[in-house]
Write a protein that binds this ligand. Structure first.
Ligand code: F6P
Length: 341
């Protein structure tokens, strides 16, 4: 068996291979390597807290609401603090933004300022925490625009296509960190005995076709006609226009549903619906949809909001929401075509 490659060694090798810094994607300059190492270390700490569960007094609600008006869990707050504390002093970041914070967190003056911006959903799938089902941390890295001095929220409002790194760490039966810098998708599994993430898949690919869909079916009556049509056709199975039976999965944590799709294909949808017609969708563009879309595209899949590529959307606010359709390419193109025809 080949010698296992740790995340640290992988990043160092990629940093050495990085030559052309004028093309940021696919590159790992030293400060980005440091940033990714630190995010991975923070994820390890979150993984330990998640694993302790009731023994660590980390379960249950925190009796507070986040900016989205959702009740926070103790672990949401713990994960947010771990990520901030780990990242604020290293000199690689200018500021951070999180699902759990109303506005951006600028690196305090007492620490050196860096050129990167980090966005995260510290604990995605919070409703799964107390029931011992997979949850995860999603992150996206942008570069601070050139010429900008004091960092502002405006600096964060960049399309997903500008990301320089994105990934997630899923806390499930295994803890797995999944990463892209624009040169494919790699997966690392946490070896708890060694305390390090070990490379376990160096070329993640999503099959173009699938027979598996993920959507919250309880919202069916609220969907727009194109989504309804697509799911109706899947449900009709062998006897319908698709001529094949479909299977359904819904873990209710985007991180876990996307992990399944990266592992064996499928389509995931959280579309716009009539419950809150003024909102574009439920999921957040900048720290949920963008990083997941980039991972999916880098693995050969596709991601749209029904009308356009998610990564091309110009954000207008930090906590912007978006309709999400992502996964196996041919299925995503089919649903998108239903919206555009
Ligand atoms: O962040 C929101 C989220 O928890 C996603 O991870 C997940 O896909 C979705 O909400 C679950 O929504 P619902 O509660 O409608 O099943």
């Amino acid at each position: 068996m080949n010698k296992p490659i740790s995340l640290s060694r992988y990043l160092l090798e990629k940093q050495r291979e990085s030559k052309n810094e004028s093309v940021p994607q696919g590159q790992i300059p030293p400060k980005l390597r440091l940033l990714l190492e630190i995010v991975a270390r923070a994820c390890k700490r979150i993984s330990h807290a998640v694993n302790k569960g009731a023994l660590g007094d980390v379960l249950g609600g925190a009796e507070t609401e986040n900016v989205q008006g959702e009740m926070q869990k103790k672990l949401d707050i713990i994960a947010n603090e771990v990520l901030i504390e780990a990242n604020e002093w290293g000199g690689h970041l200018a500021a951070m933004a999180s699902e759990e914070m109303d506005s951006i967190y600028v690196v305090p003056n007492r620490y050196p300022q860096g050129e990167y911006l980090l966005l995260f959903d510290p604990l995605d799938g919070s409703s799964n925490i107390d029931i011992n089902v997979s949850i995860g941390t999603i992150f996206s890295v942008l570069k601070k625009p050139e010429g900008s001095n004091a960092v502002t929220e405006q600096d964060f409002l960049q399309a997903g296509a500008k990301q320089v790194a994105a990934g997630y760490c899923i806390y499930g039966p295994q803890t797995t960190l999944v990463l892209t810098v624009g040169a494919g998708v790699v997966m690392f599994t946490l070896d708890r005995e060694q305390g390090s993430f070990v490379l376990t898949d160096s070329d993640v690919r999503i099959p173009e076709d699938t027979k598996e869909f993920a959507i919250n079916m309880s919202n069916m009556r609220h969907w727009a006609p194109p989504v309804r049509r697509y799911i109706d056709e899947c449900l009709a199975g062998k006897d319908g226009p698709r001529g094949k039976d479909f299977n359904m999965r819904w873990i209710a944590a985007m991180v876990a549903d996307v992990h399944r799709i990266l592992t064996r294909g499928g389509i995931f949808m959280y579309p716009w619906d009539k419950r809150e017609p003024e909102k574009a969708g439920k999921l957040r563009l900048m720290y949920e949809a963008n990083p997941m879309s980039w991972l999916v595209e880098q693995a050969g899949g596709a991601a749209t909001n029904g009308k356009q590529r998610i990564m091309d959307i110009q954000p207008t606010k930090l906590h912007e929401r978006v309709s999400v359709i992502l996964g196996s390419k041919n299925e995503v193109e089919r649903v998108t075509q239903y919206h555009n025809s």
